[in-house]
Design a protein around this ligand. Structure first.
Ligand code: TMP
Length: 213
């Protein structure tokens, strides 16, 4: 049976990652793969309820981190693990790197505590830690992201944070990449949408070739 593939898409708000997920889904469908497109926080009925709370209610940083992981646990058990067991491709708009970047980097929440929560939530039955096989990080200067977001939509609790917060989130992503370079691919998201799209396709194609050969 074909092995399941787990790809996550990351970046600060306004980096433009969501635009590219649909084209990656098309690439895999054209290659004959079943694709599950999902997001965090969210992806199940309960996790979407938790999303509403964390995105709109003020709360203590530990509560926020715990709710992110609670939503993730439900999402893993109900959606991600079953899809990977079937051999599907899972495309997830954000995963745990976002918790390290936003709650760890942005909020300054203890990194080691996040490591502990990650292990609690993502350890599989066989004892291995579930991580994305590939993480595409859309890296963008927070000032450019803020300009893009200004005209986009009514900001949620995170989107309305100042540029300093997003600089710290960006540093959080960089730290995560440095800790696990093997699964990260960084794209300069300041480039045009066409250039970014070509970079995404090339990363996904190369990586898919390697994973099946
Ligand atoms: P989205 O708007 O890209 O769907 O992401 C929702 C927001 O939630 C975004 O501002 C990032 C934030 N977030 C965290 O703070 N921690 C997390 O673990 C995740 C998954 C998202």
């Amino acid at each position: 049976m074909t092995r399941g593939l787990f790809i996550s898409f990351e970046g600060i708000d306004g980096a433009g990652k969501s635009t590219h997920i649909a084209s990656v889904a098309d690439l895999f469908r054209q290659a004959g793969r079943e694709v599950v497109v999902t997001r965090e926080p969210g992806g199940t009925a309960l996790s979407e309820k938790l999303r509403e709370l964390v995105l709109h209610e003020p709360m203590d940083p530990l509560t926020e981190a715990l709710l992110m992981f609670a939503a993730r646990r439900e999402h893993l058990v109900q959606v991600i693990e079953p899809a990977l067991s079937r051999g599907d491709v899972v495309l997830c708009d954000r995963f745990t790197d976002a918790t390290f970047a936003y709650q760890g980097g942005g909020r300054g929440f203890d990194w080691q505590m996040l490591n502990l929560l990650e292990r609690m939530v993502q350890t599989r039955r066989d004892g291995a830690l579930r991580q994305p096989d590939l993480t595409i990080w859309f890296d963008l200067d927070p000032q450019i992201a803020a300009e893009r977001l200004a005209s986009a939509r009514v900001p949620d609790k995170f989107e309305s944070q100042p540029a300093d917060f997003f600089s710290a989130v960006r540093a959080g992503y960089a730290r995560r990449q440095a800790e696990m370079p093997g699964r990260f691919a960084r794209i300069d998201a300041a480039q045009s949408i066409q250039v970014v799209s070509a970079a995404v396709s090339s990363i996904v194609n190369d990586w898919h070739q390697r994973s099946v050969s």
